[in-house]
Write a protein that binds this ligand. Structure first.
Ligand code: NSS
Length: 430
């Protein structure tokens, strides 16, 4: 008998023998019958175990087995209007593979407890749905990159450079010196475009963010791309196409999961390039008109980004940030030298930043002046500066936070639910 997944049990299998393997999701017995709901990776299915229809020891097991016990069931598929999904399996055999001790998660639990029991909570239907949506968007991204001739590369995670804010570096003891966990693969990707032209990578990135916010993790998955001969206009076009391709895959692969997460797939389907562009300066005006206390040079945090995006249903680029707000590797904007040729892509509905990108500086003198000003050791950046000495090329790239885009697509309240094992200031366990 072939194993069937719950989702594949439908009309054409009614009356046929099927085998289910899964975990007890709910169970109750009344008289000579046990109603069990079995969960597997695809969904849930009701199983009825009748005394007399199964061997006696199987019936006893079915009565005894509590939720989360792993079970293997042979039976016949039948239609039943009362069952969730309209079908049930009438058992002929009911075997317990692993009996579960009383499961510590019951219906109403505190967030803290669910985080302590994360290794068990990830079995929940919401977390399962999020994992699948994430897998789908990664599939969509890889497909888009492949179709557009990008080469996937594998940059290092242990590094001596700080592309972003050096106060958020995780320091590690590296033999007899100090090194850092990567904040971004960007510099390494920049070095690879000289041979590969257009590259991307998916790596963990690390940020020692002390603030507890619903959108910062200490470890997150970073999808980054870099391309030679590309200005920031084209860079933004890549971002909007890529995001649309990721959404398309989520809608194609996970319509049910999205609905379970209360995300109407139609709202994602409508998201098509081009996305609006708004200058940083215009963003400031907009925010001031809405009573926020901001002025030229104010950073856009969660509150400002929420205000900018809460009434939008499409993502929006904020472009040309003041230089003091962004890192040294960005290209000066010749039209307004107070600013860079850069962009942040903000997700709609109040979610905010999901991508940061820019055209890259090609003038070493400018970068050296900045690094010296910050007291950085030039020795660590010598190799990076070499890239501008040997056949420098105009180029651009960006980084997309996977958990950020998942938080938006899955309409999550907190980024920690976009990853099975969130790493935050307060938590490295489990
Ligand atoms: O700091 S970024 O804005 N930009 C970079 O790291 C560039 N060096 C990327 C590049 O051009 N190759 O981070 C990029 C994205 C940002 O838009 C967020 O979506 C995400 O990375 N990000 C985070 N996600 C979760 N938690 C934290 N702490 C976090 N920080 C950034």
């Amino acid at each position: 008998m072939r194993r069937a997944y719950n989702r594949h049990l439908s009309k054409d299998l009614v009356g046929k023998q099927v085998q289910l393997r899964g975990w007890l999701y709910r169970t109750r017995s009344s008289g000579g019958i046990v109603f069990a709901v079995v969960r597997d990776s695809t969904g849930i299915m009701q199983v009825t175990v009748k005394k007399g229809s199964v061997p006696d020891e199987d019936f006893d097991s079915a009565v005894k087995a509590g939720i989360e016990s792993s079970v293997e069931i042979d039976g016949e598929l039948a239609e039943d209007k009362r069952a969730p999904g309209g079908f049930e399996v009438r058992a002929k055999r009911f075997q317990v593979a692993g009996l579960s001790e009383p499961f510590p998660i019951t219906e109403y639990q505190s967030t803290e407890l669910l985080l302590d029991l994360r290794h068990l909570w990830i079995r929940s239907r919401e977390q399962t749905a999020v994992s699948k949506v994430k897998a789908a968007i990664l599939m969509g991204a890889r497909k888009w990159f492949e179709e557009n001739d990008y080469i996937e590369v594998t940059p290092p995670i242990i590094t001596a450079v700080a592309p972003e804010d050096s106060t958020t570096l995780f320091q590690i003891k590296y033999f007899d010196r100090i090194a850092y966990l990567s904040q971004s693969a960007q510099f390494y990707l920049e070095s690879l475009i000289f041979s590969l032209d257009k590259v991307y990578s998916l790596t963990p990135s690390f940020r020692a963010e002390k603030s507890r916010t619903p959108r910062h993790l200490a470890e997150y998955w970073h999808l980054e791309m870099e391309a030679a001969w590309m200005d920031n206009e084209e860079n933004m076009r890549v971002q909007e196409e890529l995001v649309a391709a990721m959404l398309d895959k989520a809608v194609e692969k996970c319509p049910d999961e999205l609905k379970l997460l209360k995300r109407d797939p139609a709202t994602l389907k409508r998201i098509r390039p081009p996305f609006d562009r708004m200058k940083y300066e215009e963003a400031m005006d907009y925010l001031q008109k809405r009573g926020l206390d901001v002025s030229w040079g104010s950073d856009l945090g969660a509150i400002e980004e929420r205000e900018l995006t809460k009434d939008r249903d499409m993502p929006v680029f904020v472009v040309n940030y003041p230089k003091e707000l962004k890192p040294f590797y960005m290209k000066e904007n010749p039209e307004d030298p107070r600013t860079y040729k850069n962009s942040d892509l903000l997700a709609p509905e109040g979610f905010g930043e999901i991508i940061g990108g820019s055209e890259r500086e090609t003038d070493n003198a400018r970068m050296i002046a900045w690094l010296e000003d910050k007291g950085e050791s030039l020795d660590n950046y010598k190799w990076y500066l070499d890239l501008r000495r040997y056949g420098s090329v105009p180029h651009s790239g960006f980084g997309l936070g996977i958990e950020r885009i998942v938080t938006w697509i899955c309409k999550l309240d907190h980024i920690r639910d976009a990853t099975p094992y969130p790493r935050t200031v307060a938590r490295v366990y489990p």
